[in-house]
Design a protein around this ligand. Structure first.
Ligand SMILES: C[S@@+](CC[C@H](N)C(=O)[O-])C[C@H]1O[C@@H](n2cnc3c(N)ncnc32)[C@H](O)[C@@H]1O
Length: 284
């Protein structure tokens, strides 16, 4: 992999006038609580057969870096770079790598439409839960393909929000889904990215696209407490709350009712929730 060049000012796909998306979740503590739980085992198992020590890897939209650091441990001494547009989260990810004493890793603040790497240089280019948040996912995949070496791997996993199912039935969670879809789309993203990923990869010109799926399932008391509390806080405290109100999608009272619905689901002994994810592994 080439050395990262100095980060450039982010520009929109197609030039500064083209539409950009807003990152729906923001980086509130309630959001990071859920992102920091992520590991290679629970979020990138589909990629494991393609990993071996010595390969270089770029993690696009790395967030707090828990998956990135896991990947670096598997690929050592291969070089791993995490890229994210949010400087604060990049610093947090670098802190995690230092804490875990992982040395074959670095983190760079950059925009995914202009990755600061030369063409054809990276063995594996990976993104997890990122393309759903960008206005031009096909452009993002083309940029990922640009930096991947010929024959290298481009691997992406994205949730499909509409595919989420739960028990027991809950009008409050039905309303959460409705509000979530509107806020995410209103920010220029695609909440049902999982089902579209294969099409986006083909449109981006990737080859040998293998498309699979996997899910997250939250059912035990511990899992429901963690997930339910996280979403209750997101509904009333994170960027999602202000966004939903500013867009006229929900009132403060409705968002508090959604938080109550999450707490009721958390406390229901039969509470269960499954989120499906689409995955692609393709060749550059
Ligand atoms: C849902 S988080 C996923 C983080 C991480 N991949 C994970 O799964 O834990 C999406 C991340 O993409 C980043 N992001 C969104 N738009 C971006 C862009 N245009 N360029 C780089 N990063 C971006 C956000 O800052 C955020 O950290």
């Amino acid at each position: 992999m080439s050395e990262p060049t100095a980060p450039r000012e982010p520009t929109a796909p197609g030039g500064p006038a083209a539409p950009r998306a807003t990152y729906t979740h923001g980086h509130h503590e309630s959001v990071l609580r859920s992102h920091a739980w992520r590991t290679v085992e629970n979020s990138a198992a589909y990629l494991v057969p393609h990993l071996r020590p010595g390969l270089s890897l770029l993690d696009v939209g790395c967030g707090p870096g828990t998956i990135t650091v896991d990947l670096a441990e598997r690929l050592a001494p291969g070089r791993v770079v995490g890229v994210d547009a949010a400087a604060g989260i990049v610093a947090q990810a670098a802190g995690l790598a230092a804490e875990r004493r992982v040395e074959n890793i670095e983190f760079v603040t950059a925009d995914l439409y202009e990755l600061p790497f030369d063409d054809d240089t990276v063995d594996v280019v990976h993104a997890h839960q990122v393309l759903q948040h960008v206005a031009d996912p096909v452009g993002a995949l083309r940029e990922m393909r640009r930096v991947a070496r010929p024959g290298g791997v481009v691997a992406v996993r994205e949730v499909d929000y509409h595919g989420t199912i739960w028990a027991p039935e809950s009008p409050g969670l039905d309303r959460w889904m409705d509000v979530y879809q509107q806020v995410h789309r209103g920010n220029g993203g695609e909440p049902d990215a999982g089902r579209r990923l294969k099409g986006w990869a083909l449109e981006a010109g990737l080859e040998a696209v293998v498309s699979t799926a996997s899910s997250w399932c939250f059912a035990s008391d511990e899992e429901r407490t963690w997930w339910g509390d996280s979403w209750a806080a997101r509904a009333t405290e994170s960027a999602f709350h202000g966004d939903a109100i500013a867009k006229g999608v929900a009132t403060d009272a409705e968002l508090h009712a959604i938080a109550d619905a999450w707490r009721a689901w958390r406390d229901a002994p039969d509470g269960w929730l499954l989120m499906p994810h689409g995955e692609i592994v393709a060749r550059a």
